[in-house]
Design a protein around this ligand. Sequence first.
Ligand code: FAD
Length: 346
Amino acid sequence: MYDYIIVGFGIAGFSFAQQLEENNRNFIVFDNQSQQSTRIAGGMFNPIILKRFTPAWQAAEMLPYALLQFQKAELKYKKKYIHYIDIYRKLASIEEQNNWIVASDKPVMRDFMQPISKEKIEGIEAPFGFGVLKGTGIVNAGNLLDDVIKNLQKKDKIKQETFDYEALEIHQEFVSYKGIKARKIIFSEGYGMLNNPFFKQLPLMGTKGEMLMIETQTDIPYIVKSNVFMAPNVMQKGQFYIGATYNWEDKTNTPTPEAKTHLEMKLKQLFAKDYSVISQKAGIRPTVKDRRPLVGTLKKHPNVGILNGMGTRGVILAPSTAKFLFKHMEFGMELPKEIDIRRFED
Ligand SMILES: Cc1cc2nc3c(=O)[nH]c(=O)nc-3n(C[C@H](O)[C@H](O)[C@H](O)COP(=O)(O)OP(=O)(O)OC[C@H]3O[C@@H](n4cnc5c(N)ncnc54)[C@H](O)[C@@H]3O)c2cc1C
């Protein structure tokens, strides 16, 4: 008998598996790669909202634990997944300069926000300078998932197939699925949750995001942000992610010509050098009505859990919320109210 079945292996499923390994619980994973959010994401970690210069919910608090967990993966797989890269937020006016100065004096913010820089960046016109953020960067989550999945395959701990919800039997002390028994099961299917009869009533909205990968001769060692992000591809010098779009209507993983046009239009406003687009990718962010993660268990069946709703910040949120869920399911520790799915019950 396994301790857990994990359904869905993006950054949420991975983070929960990491908790299980650290606590000597055994598990088996089901994943069908129907959702792409973790794999196509930029993987940026940045606890500051760059539109308004305000802290993102719990992000500065959760970031150290997230980095610790990804560091442990680096040690285990002897690879570098965390890349610290400063963010250069292009400032658009004197008013924005003032807002930056005021915000960067506040607690939490001052740990990340640096003085305004007038540094010249090739191809980028910035008469009002850049607000610089330190302690930020990119986690190469796609690369990490590939390594973890290879390792799970070797140990025969992953089934790369669609989980059939109808075949799940839930008992008081265990669950059983096509001959596999486990004490508990958790679902972390990202936007795929809407096919899950146990949790599909939760208000997961889903926001499609598209990104371009471009190639250019210019070397920019920062993540530059204006009305798009231009972030270096940590695997390939001279390549940059350009993103991302937000679409609340289309729920497919198919790249669209409209998004390409839109991103290129914004890119041209930011970057004046030649480039070529080498690929385009799309995924659905598991966003929630109240913008908080979805964590908890079924009221009737405390051995059936969910870890979802990472929204636009999976890198920062997944490790801490996985720890909360593990402690809740194993030791009955209460979940923070903001993330507990009970908030949606009458
Ligand atoms: C364009 C874009 C850019 C982004 N940029 C960033 C960023 O810079 N930083 C950041 O922190 N976040 C970013 N995000 C958000 C981030 O990607 C998500 O918060 C995070 O990846 C969600 O992870 P997840 O594990 O919950 O879901 P997913 O990554 O979607 O994983 C869910 C997994 O479950 C599997 N699955 C679903 N149903 C089933 C089933 N029935 N049977 C078996 N398997 C199933 C899917 O195939 C998938 O592998 C971005 C997202 C997008 C789309």
